[in-house]
Each structure stands twice: as structure tokens, then as C-alpha cells.
Design a protein around this ligand. Structure first.
Ligand code: ZN
Ligand code: FE
Ligand code: FE
Ligand code: ZN
Length: 266
């Protein structure tokens, strides 16, 4: 049985990851992976928006670093991608980014529920003290639905990221999930199983089993990602993710080349 590709990996250009793309590629080969994809945090239109992503002028350097890994490891398929932050109003900027290089896919991720609060930022944990989890989930999934509906993304990243620090709504979130999944299905978006959640307080893959089961009912393709910020994290906990996907009914995952999806058995 072939392991699915690891489609979510970062590089030091985002300022909070270590190891060059060649190091991630070497590690992937040692694990027996046949395909990976780099999806580092994309630049914002304004470089001073925050401090955990590559600068606008570093985009070409990022592409060169990925190209270097491709030529050094021709036996490994290496995709060129970005993890792009979705915020309402940023669509035109994302379209500009898309036109600058021949990307294989964009992972659309929502981190920000407002211009100054990224729900996964450990320095902003205090925000949660005066927030009701269900309200955060509502805004988050409203934005995730807009991201899916935008048609700008091939994959939606870590779909229930707000659970990272262990916050959970008590109310039923099914209607929020349904709305998001319907938009994703209509716009040919896949959803990733992101194993980084297992390494956070929530100790659970993004998304939850409940959300993944609904995604399967909606016939939504999936991809796998470790969200590696270091070479040793490549492919981490893929056995658990594959087991979960299997348990829910999935037998195939998406592979992307030049933004086109092909379903392959895993
Ligand atoms: Zn990151
Ligand atoms: Fe992310
Ligand atoms: Fe990431
Ligand atoms: Zn991420």
C-alpha cells in the first residue's frame, strides 16, 4: 500500500520553521514517501501584517529553494504550493499570487477570525478568555466557507483549527460544517487531514472525526499533511491519519499537479 503524499510542509522563510526543502525531501525519501509538496506561509500584500510568513520579495527565493530540492531528488515528486491565508477582501491579492508562479495547488487556511486575531497564535491565548467558543467557530466556519466558495484553493487546510488549545463549543456545529462542506464540494476543494493537531493541546487530527464523516458523505476528496515545520516532522503520524480516513470510508486521496486533482488509492 502506497503512502499518500505529505502536502503540507514549511520552510525557514516563514521565520518559525527549520531545515531547507532539500532536508525535508531527504527525510521524505528515507520514510519511503514518493511525493511531497511544499506549502509555506504565503506573503500578505503588506509585509507588516504579521511576522510569521515570508516577505513578498522572498517569493521567488522560495520557489528557487523548492526547485533546488526537485533537481537534487529527481526520484521524489515534489510539488510547488503555498499555504495561503484567507481573509475576506484578500481575494484579489491571492489571485495576484496565483499568477506569479506555476503552482501545483494552494492550501486555503483560515487562521484569522479578525484582522488582529489568529486563533492558533499562542501569544494571543488571552483572547479566548472573553470569547465564546461557539461564536469563534461560527466566524471561523463562515470564513472557511467563503474560502471554499472563492474558487482560489484546491485544498482547505486544518479545517477545525480553533480547537488547537483545547477550546470546544458545547453547541452542535453540524450546520456550520454542512455549509462549509457544500461550498467545498461545489468548488472542487479537497480537505486535508492535518496531523499537527496530534502534537497540540487538542491532541486530535484536524479535522475531527465528526467533520471528516460529514465530508465523506459529501463526497469531498481528502489530502494528507503533517504541517511539518522541521524535517523530522515530515509524514509524522500518517499511520493514524490513514487509519482514521479508512475508518470513515475513504480509500482514495487527492494528488495535485498544476491545480488538477487526481484520486489515487492509499
Ligand atoms: Zn507555520
Ligand atoms: Fe496553518
Ligand atoms: Fe502550515
Ligand atoms: Zn499550518
Amino acid at each position: 500500500m502506497q503512502s499518500p503524499p505529505d502536502y503540507h510542509m514549511h520552510t525557514p522563510l516563514c521565520k518559525h520553521a527549520s531545515g531547507e526543502p532539500v532536508d525535508y525531501a531527504r527525510h521524505a525519501l528515507a520514510l519511503g514517501l514518493t511525493e511531497i509538496g511544499f506549502s509555506d506561509h504565503s506573503p500578505m500584500r503588506r509585509d507588516d501584517f504579521d511576522d510569521w510568513r515570508m516577505l513578498n520579495q522572498q517569493l521567488d527565493e522560495y520557489v528557487e529553494n523548492v526547485r533546488r530540492a526537485q533537481s537534487e531528488f529527481p526520484q521524489l515528486t515534489i510539488r510547488l504550493a503555498l499555504e495561503v491565508d484567507y481573509l475576506p477582501g484578500h481575494e484579489e491579492w491571492i489571485r495576484d499570487l496565483a499568477a506569479r508562479h506555476p503552482w501545483d495547488y494552494f492550501i486555503g487556511s483560515v487562521h484569522y477570525v479578525s484582522d488582529d486575531w489568529a486563533v492558533d497564535n499562542p501569544h494571543k491565548l488571552a483572547e479566548w478568555k472573553h470569547r465564546d467558543p461557539f461564536e469563534v467557530w461560527s466566524v471561523y466556519f463562515e470564513r472557511l466557507t467563503m474560502a471554499a466558495a472563492s474558487g482560489l484553493f484546491q485544498i482547505i487546510g486544518h479545517a477545525d483549527l480553533p480547537k488547537k488549545f483545547g477550546h470546544r463549543p458545547t453547541r452542535d456545529c453540524t450546520p456550520l460544517y454542512e455549509q462549509f462542506l457544500t461550498a467545498a464540494r461545489q468548488n472542487h476543494c479537497a480537505m486535508e487531514l492535518n496531523t499537527a493537531g496530534l502534537r497540540k493541546d487538542c491532541q486530535e487530527i484536524y479535522p475531527s472525526r465528526a467533520l471528516l464523516e460529514l465530508a465523506f458523505q459529501h463526497n469531498l476528496p481528502i489530502t494528507f499533511g503533517s504541517d511539518a515545520h522541521a524535517p523530522t516532522e515530515v509524514g509524522l503520524n500518517f499511520a493514524e491519519a490513514i487509519q482514521l480516513a479508512h475508518a470513515v470510508g475513504y480509500r482514495e486521496s487527492g494528488r495535485f499537479r498544476q491545480r488538477r486533482c487526481e484520486l489515487v488509492k492509499f
